[in-house]
Design a protein around this ligand. Structure first.
Ligand SMILES: *[C@@H]1O[C@H](CO)[C@@H](O)[C@H](O)[C@H]1NC(C)=O
Ligand SMILES: *[C@@H]1O[C@H](CO)[C@@H](O)[C@H](O)[C@H]1NC(C)=O
Ligand SMILES: *[C@@H]1O[C@H](CO)[C@@H](O)[C@H](O)[C@H]1NC(C)=O
Ligand SMILES: *[C@@H]1O[C@H](CO)[C@@H](O)[C@H](O)[C@H]1NC(C)=O
Length: 531
């Protein structure tokens, strides 16, 4: 009944606003949906489908079309296996396809051609192998109606489709296509967003996890000049190295063999079905290609090709090769809990903990043990969680921010998010995340989408969500999270090596914090981040 009423309301709204929901892009007209909260254009093609002979080719512009393209529903997510068997459904695309280079646009309900609103382009995470910008968690209706900005959510090629490397001949697969896809989407936004009421000169790029890593790549490869003017880096695992040439070629050979193609035979690989490629990739992900333990977390993804990925973003920050634009950078307080507790379902004894440290770095293992001594020798999972959260997320974020400062970047705001989602069952099978701040915990607050998964926010959580949306969208308006259309009660100062104040997002009230995990981060600055 409600569903029925809802669709009547939508149809009525669409009827009354009929002129406004058709927008002309450079490639043709598209028709979206008007609701009381937003105007929505879903599944808008920003590239030609990367299928057939365009598989493992840089993305190309879409073919122009005549007539009006229907853009009222999300398209299939990029090809991936078994997302929903590993993740809450709210994160996963309903269907998947190799034909997936689409983006989704939400504008405030009253946006008009001349509104000149700031635009926020979001790159989703998922280890470069999963999830989709069209997933419910990233829906933009509330975000744009509360923030009064335009949100664009991008899908990019994942896994083997986005990152396979077979060699460097003219038709070889050369990897990093997912990154190129994201940039073409940014170009599309620059060229088309004005017609939706956006200001192409006020684009903010933001991303979480693999999306944050991608954002950092766009800030360090010198190719995205003029495509965005601010960036937000949410929970980037900065210490996970990108692949070397040897590693990606090894993976490429493995995938070829798995589908019965001679190693490096691109003609043969082009003839393999998407499903078989995905199966081979899935298998390849369990193959260890590197002596560096942390790479197990991202078995397939970007590689340092000297072009798309010039160097590790941490190294770029430490050597002054990072785009100097205003940044918000932050992490959540228990980033690695989900990985540690997934890997160790029971308890983790002292021997196992020591073994992991030795495997990570035989030379530094004892130093690490001294800094992170087990509290309960019969279960070292929380100790490993603390160590790895500092190493991979918290302290690298601090190091990157401080390094940028030494190169004269003056507009960096740092945060720590520290509020466990109160809704019971919100973590589905990851019950060990209940009452904790696991990786991704800030997302339902940033996008205000918990209700789409059937969960409610408490009044305090509503306030926290409003606060995040206010800072994020103010930043899009003015490059400063404190100023813009949304009042904030707490002035979030620039991060400064001497002052070290960061925002501590939490309930009942967020507050400012100095020297967050200083002692541990000083330790990692000393030990180094690539162990
Ligand atoms: C969650 O756990 C239940 C019971 O253990 C299992 O049947 C189900 O397949 C799991 N679901 C996911 C998404 O892992
Ligand atoms: C592989 O090649 C055969 C023969 O040319 C063709 O019929 C088939 O459709 C191709 N399969 C794919 C997935 O391209
Ligand atoms: C992990 O870090 C938190 C925050 O500093 C601390 O309260 C907790 O005791 C630590 N846990 C272990 C097991 O070291
Ligand atoms: C960042 O970390 C490196 C170690 O990888 C260290 O040498 C450097 O001093 C740190 N930079 C800052 C600004 O703290």
């Amino acid at each position: 009944m409600f569903r029925y009423l809802y669709s009547i309301i939508i149809s009525l709204a669409a009827f009354f606003y009929n002129d406004d929901v058709i927008v002309e892009t450079k490639f043709g007209k598209i028709q979206g949906v008007q609701t009381s909260k937003s105007r929505t254009f879903l599944g808008v093609p920003y590239a030609a489908p990367p299928i057939g002979s365009l598989r493992w080719r840089p993305p190309e512009n879409p073919r122009p079309w005549t007539g009006v393209l229907d853009t009222k529903e999300v398209k299939a997510g990029c090809y991936q296996l078994a997302c929903a068997s590993m993740n809450p459904a709210i994160l996963c695309p309903k269907t998947v396809s190799e034909d997936c280079l689409y983006l989704n646009i939400w504008t405030p309900a009253n946006a008009r051609k001349d509104s000149r609103l700031p635009v926020m382009v979001f790159i989703h995470g998922g280890n470069f192998v999963q999830l989709s910008g069209g997933s419910l968690l990233f829906r933009g209706e509330d975000f744009v109606s509360k923030g009064h900005v335009i949100l664009v959510n991008v899908d990019y090629r994942l896994g083997a489709f986005g990152f396979l490397v077979t060699g460097d001949g003219p038709r070889d697969a050369k990897g990093n296509y997912g990154i190129k896809d994201q940039r073409l989407a940014l170009q599309w936004v620059k060229d088309n967003i004005e017609a939706f009421g956006g200001d192409p000169r006020k684009v903010t790029l933001f991303g979480q996890s693999a999306g944050a890593q991608s954002t950092a790549i766009h800030l360090t490869n010198g190719k995205a000049d003029g495509l965005f003017r601010n960036a937000i880096i949410q929970s980037s695992p900065f210490s996970i190295r990108y692949k070397t040439k040897e590693e990606v070629l090894f993976l490429g050979d493995f995938i070829a063999k798995f589908v019965n193609c001679p190693a490096g035979d691109i003609t043969c690989l082009l003839n393999v079905s998407a499903e078989d490629i995905a199966l081979a990739e899935h298998e390849a992900r369990s193959v260890v290609t590197s002596p560096f333990l942390l790479e197990l977390f991202e078995p397939i993804g970007p590689w340092v090709d000297g072009d798309e990925v010039k160097m590790e973003p941490v190294t770029a920050a430490q050597s002054g090769k990072f785009e100097n634009i205003p940044l918000l950078i932050g992490t959540v307080s228990e980033e690695t809990r989900i990985f540690v507790y997934e890997a160790f379902k029971e308890t983790m004894g002292l021997e196992t903990y020591l073994g992991i440290l030795l495997l990570a770095d035989p030379i530094k293992a004892l130093k690490l043990l001294a800094k992170y001594p087990p509290v309960k020798s019969r279960d070292c999972r929380d100790t490993l969680q603390n160590l790895s959260t500092d190493l991979i997320f918290t302290c690298t974020a601090r190091n990157v921010s401080r390094s940028l400062q030494t190169f004269g970047h003056s507009s960096i705001h740092l945060y720590i998010f520290n509020h466990p989602f109160s809704a019971k069952g919100a973590w589905y099978n990851f019950t060990f995340c209940e009452g904790h701040d696991c990786h991704g915990v800030e997302l339902p607050f940033v996008f205000h989408t918990a209700h789409l998964g059937g969960f409610h926010l408490s009044p305090e959580e509503e306030r926290l969500s409003t606060e995040l949306i206010s800072y994020w969208s103010n930043f899009a308006y003015t490059s400063n999270p404190n100023t813009g259309p949304h009042p904030v009660y707490l002035n979030w100062p620039n991060y400064d090596i001497k002052q070290t104040t960061i925002m501590h997002f939490k309930t009942p009230k967020s507050e400012l914090l100095d020297e967050y995990r200083k002692n541990f981060c000083d330790f990692w600055d000393d030990v180094g981040y690539f162990i």
